[in-house]
Write a protein that binds this ligand. Structure first.
Ligand code: NAP
Length: 253
């Protein structure tokens, strides 16, 4: 039984590890955006499929029994493509997505916006923003060449950035102490982020709250119209239930 995990997240890796330990044949698919990704257990493939049609072909070719879309909450194209591909091929699909930060104790003090352009507009008065909205959102902030932006990225930016901008290249998880220090040392006056959820990158929001620094946060896109699982444990149970269904089907036929 081959299960395809669309990954690129900690949850995708954790699920792959759990299923491989269960003896399941797992293929994890990564987009190939990060130069040195942390590789999941089991088989791994890297690179786009060429749209929903290409992904459907791949599911057929690999005889995939089911798909778990464990991609990042802000990766809407692949999430849309897999819904279409699963429907074209009749492949069972679930979405594994960690909860967002709406329940964070400070969530109602943040400015929630729908996209990066709105985030820039909401923080227009800032002089020293801390930008953690990801590499793909950088063009939306190009007009901020006149201010001291601190950008944090996993990989170097694809295009050169304005001279006044400072770049931190790093990958979480981040500690409260480290985030507190960054906010003070760079005299940050607004933090811009997106509702990634989870614990790895939440410390900047806690530190900003304690320092009285405003936060502008991009809300998640509309959820995909598929069953939504919130934890890796739930996804493991779902995959095991498929295995059980398959054995029942075999004993009947
Ligand atoms: P996206 O805009 O939804 O996807 C763009 C294209 O990249 C897709 O149409 C697909 O190409 C390819 N792709 C994306 N994820 C893939 C995967 N897991 N396996 C194979 N191809 C994939 O996604 P994105 O924002 O570029 O993010 C790319 C990957 O990085 C995602 O897998 C996500 O889990 C991970 N990630 C993203 C973020 C973020 O903030 N966006 C943060 C952390 C991790 P084809 O149409 O050619 O198949």
């Amino acid at each position: 039984m081959t299960i395809l995990i669309l990954g690129g997240t900690a949850e995708g890796r954790q699920l792959a590890a759990a299923l491989v330990a269960d003896g399941v044949d797992v293929i994890s698919s990564l987009a190939g955006r990060v130069s040195t990704p942390t590789l999941p257990a089991g088989r791994v493939r890297v690179g786009g499929f060429g749209g929903a049609g290409g992904l459907a072909d791949y599911l057929r070719r690999e005889h995939a029994y089911a798909v778990v879309d464990a991609t990042h909450p802000f990766a809407p194209k692949i999430t849309k493509n897999v819904v279409d591909a699963a429907s074209m091929t009749g492949t069972p699909l679930v979405r594994l997505e960690r909860p967002g930060w709406q329940e964070h104790p400070l969530a109602n003090t943040w400015t929630w916006v729908p996209d990066a352009a709105a985030a820039r507009a909401a923080a227009e008065r800032a002089f020293r923003p801390f930008l953690t909205t990801g590499r793909q959102s950088l063009p939306d902030f190009a007009a901020w060449a006149d201010r001291d932006v601190l950008v944090r990225l996993v990989d170097p930016p694809a295009a050169s950035l304005p001279q006044r901008w400072n770049v931190i290249l790093s990958r979480g998880p981040y500690s409260y102490h480290g985030e507190h220090t960054i906010l003070i040392e760079h005299a940050i006056d607004v933090v811009l982020t997106k509702d990634s959820g989870g614990t790895h990158t939440v410390a900047k929001l806690d530190a900003a709250g304690d320092l009285g620094i405003p936060v502008v946060i991009i809300a998640r896109p509309e959820p995909a119209p598929v069953p939504l699982l919130r934890t890796v444990a739930e996804a493991v149970v779902w995959c095991r239930s498929l295995g059980a269904l398959r054995s029942v089907g075999r004993s009947i036929t």
